[in-house]
Ligand binder design. Structure first.
Ligand code: PHE
Ligand code: FE
Length: 291
């Protein structure tokens, strides 16, 4: 993930491209243990929920529950499969740094891991979210190309002042995307697969809307970073996602300049509704309202 508002360059100890050493040997047994607990819980939950591409990627990379994976080893496997690698960063990095890594088939991942007390909820992406959540999909050639194209498109959107529109595409696909399959809806978004509770909520809860993916519809829809999503978008396939995003976004951005944002809690005319959400969870105040 990326964030803006960085006044200066990389923090002390980081390289010019914001990467650091993962220092795999520096993790404590307790930190490895957190990975293993999270891994085992998700590996048990995700069959039948995550898409086959994700599950195959997880197997192929051998991100088993023995502890936090060594980025060097994961990168070797990824290099062989799709030419991607995983690099360690201290935390969120500036947008242009993030896009430049993606455009060069490098996925920037946090090296720190959440504390056992906050197993279920954190806002800053840690190594579990970044590696367990994102990296399995990068074993797929189509998704791997999509992510690289996103990095290139990010630099372009920045230049045009339309990053807010493009960021929504990332959010509703890479982070919180659902996919239609012959066996039903499946998760491919990293923000969902790395969250136990949202892996259930996104598919089973009556609250959120589930709407067929439409590029401009998505780019007009704000998102929330503090709680479960109120709307998920469903792609027909990864190939279809790549096809729609191959087009030149120039004319799309021109139209978006004139279009208003859409509310996250309501379906819009023309939406293909997989399920119309009750919005009951959000209306009750979400997890913030609960003790
Ligand atoms: N086609 C987009 C453009 O013209 C680039 C892009 C590709 C963006 C894939 C996101 C994902 O800017
Ligand atoms: Fe992420």
């Amino acid at each position: 993930m990326s964030a803006d508002g960085f006044a200066s360059g990389p923090p002390p100890g980081a390289r010019a491209d914001w990467t650091i050493d993962q220092d795999w040997a520096g993790y404590s047994p307790a930190e490895h243990q957190v990975w293993t607990r999270l891994y085992e819980r998700q590996a048990a939950l995700l069959p039948g929920r995550a898409c086959e591409t994700f599950l195959h990627g997880l197997e192929a990379l051998d991100l088993h529950g023995d502890g936090i994976p060594d980025f060097a080893r994961v990168s070797e496997d990824l290099q062989r499969l799709t030419g991607w690698s995983v690099v360690a960063v201290p935390g969120l990095v500036p947008d242009e740094v993030f896009f430049d890594h993606l455009a060069n088939r490098r996925f920037p991942a946090g090296r720190f891991i959440r504390k056992p007390e906050t197993l279920d909820y954190l806002q800053e992406p840690d190594v579990f979210h970044d590696v367990f959540g994102h990296v399995p999909m990068l074993t797929d050639p189509v998704f791997a190309d999509y992510m690289q194209a996103y990095g290139q498109g990010g630099l372009r959107a920045m230049g045009r002042g339309q990053l807010h529109n493009l960021a929504r595409l990332y959010w509703y696909t890479v982070e919180f995307g659902l996919m239609e399959t012959a066996s039903g809806l499946r998760i491919y978004g990293a923000g969902i697969v790395s969250s136990h509770a949202e892996s259930i909520f996104a598919l089973d809860d009556p609250s959120p809307h589930r709407i067929g993916f439409d590029l401009e519809r998505v780019m007009r829809t704000p998102y929330r970073i503090d709680d479960f999503q109120q709307v998920y978008f469903v792609i027909p396939s990864l190939d279809a996602l790549r096809e729609t995003t191959l087009q030149d976004f120039g004319p799309v951005y021109e139209r978006l300049k004139l279009a208003e944002d859409l509310p996250i809690d309501r379906a819009a005319p023309g939406d293909k509704l997989y399920s119309r959400g009750s919005q009951a969870y959000a209306e009750a105040g979400g997890r913030r309202a609960k003790p």
